[in-house]
Design a protein. Structure first.
Length: 303
C-alpha cells in the first residue's frame, strides 16, 4: 500500500512553506509586498528619471516631462566633448582603485595584529578607530590643505594638484573604518588553523598571507569597496586638492553642473547621461564582487 500524501501535507513539508514560514515572517504578505513596492519606487524612481531624461530633449525635461517625448541618444556621445569626462573617469578609477587595494591589505594586516596579539595600548587603538569615524570630514579640509602646502614648501615638491594628494587623503579617511571591519571579521576566524601552521614552523608573515588572507576575502572585499566608494563619491576634498589635469569624475560633474547656471536652458540630457556613465563603474563593481559582499556583510568569518 502506497500512502498518498494530501496536498496540505506536501505543501507543509516543503522548505519555506507551512506554519514555520508564517512564524518567521514578521509582516503579513500583502503588507510585505506593499512595503517592498514602495521601497522599489523610492529607489528606482530617481534612476528611471535620470535614464529617461538622458534620452529626452532639454526643453521637455525643463518642462517637467518624466517620459521622453523624443529620443536623443546622441546625448551619450555629445557629453564626451562637452565635459572632460574621460580624464575625470580615468583619474577616479586610478585613485580609487589604488586606495581600495592599499587600504584593504593594510587593514587586514593591522587587524591581524590587533586581534591576535596582546600589547599595551591595544584597546586604546581600537577605541581610537571608532572615535575617528565621528569626526566630520569638512572639519579636516583646512588642516589637510595646510599640511600638504607646508610639506610641499618644506620638501620643494608639488603635492596639491596631484593624484598623490587625493590618494593620501582618501587612504587616511578610509583606513580606520576598513581596519575595524577587518577586526570584526578576523575575530570570527578559528585560531586552530593558525596554531597548527605555527606548530609546523610557519612564520607570522606566512600565516597572514597564506592562511588569514585567503580566508578573509569577503571582509577584504567589503573594506576595499568601502574605500573605493569613499573616493568615488567625494567632491569636497577633490575639488580643493586637484587641478584640471588631476580632476576626478565627481568634480567634473560638479563643474559641468555649475557651468549650466544661466539664462539658457541647461543641458539636462547630457548632465543625466554623464551621471549615469559615472555610475556604471560602481554598478559593475557590485555585480562582480556581489558574492564576496554578501559573505562579508552577513558572516563573521569561517565557522
Amino acid at each position: 500500500m502506497h500512502a498518498v500524501s494530501s496536498p496540505k501535507v506536501a505543501r507543509a513539508s516543503r522548505p519555506g512553506t507551512g506554519p514555520s514560514a508564517d512564524v518567521t515572517r514578521l509582516l503579513p504578505r500583502p503588507l510585505l509586498v506593499a512595503i517592498i513596492t514602495v521601497l522599489l519606487i523610492i529607489v528606482l524612481g530617481p534612476v528611471l528619471y535620470m535614464l529617461f531624461a538622458s534620452v529626452n530633449s532639454d526643453v521637455a525635461v525643463a518642462a517637467g516631462a518624466f517620459f521622453p517625448t523624443e529620443l536623443h541618444l546622441d546625448n551619450y556621445l555629445k557629453v564626451w566633448s562637452t565635459v572632460d569626462l574621460g580624464t575625470g573617469l580615468m583619474n577616479s578609477v586610478i585613485i580609487c582603485a589604488a586606495v581600495a587595494i592599499v587600504c584593504a591589505f593594510l587593514a587586514v594586516a593591522t587587524a591581524y595584529v590587533l586581534v591576535r596579539y596582546e600589547f599595551r595600548g591595544r584597546l586604546t587603538f581600537l577605541r581610537g578607530l571608532l572615535g575617528l569615524q565621528s569626526i566630520p570630514g569638512t572639519l579636516m579640509l583646512l588642516p589637510v590643505f595646510v599640511l600638504f602646502s607646508s610639506t610641499a614648501s618644506l620638501l620643494g615638491i608639488q603635492i596639491i594638484g596631484t593624484r598623490w594628494a587625493v590618494f593620501i587623503t582618501y587612504l587616511t579617511f578610509a583606513l580606520p573604518f576598513s581596519t575595524w571591519v577587518m577586526v570584526t571579521y578576523l575575530r570570527g576566524l578559528p585560531k586552530a588553523l593558525e596554531e597548527a601552521a605555527r606548530i609546523d614552523g610557519a612564520s607570522s608573515w606566512r600565516i597572514l598571507t597564506q592562511i588569514v588572507m585567503p580566508l578573509s576575502w569577503p571582509g577584504i572585499v567589503v573594506s576595499g569597496i568601502f574605500a573605493f566608494l569613499l573616493g568615488w563619491n567625494d567632491v569636497l576634498f577633490a575639488s580643493v586638492l586637484t587641478n584640471p589635469e588631476s580632476r576626478t569624475a565627481a568634480v567634473a560633474l560638479q563643474v559641468f553642473g555649475a557651468t549650466q547656471e544661466g539664462g539658457a536652458i541647461p543641458l539636462y540630457g547630457q548632465m543625466m547621461a554623464a551621471s549615469l556613465i559615472c555610475a556604471v563603474p560602481v554598478v559593475v563593481l557590485y555585480l562582480v564582487f556581489q558574492r564576496y559582499l554578501i559573505g562579508g556583510l552577513t558572516s563573521g568569518g569561517v565557522k
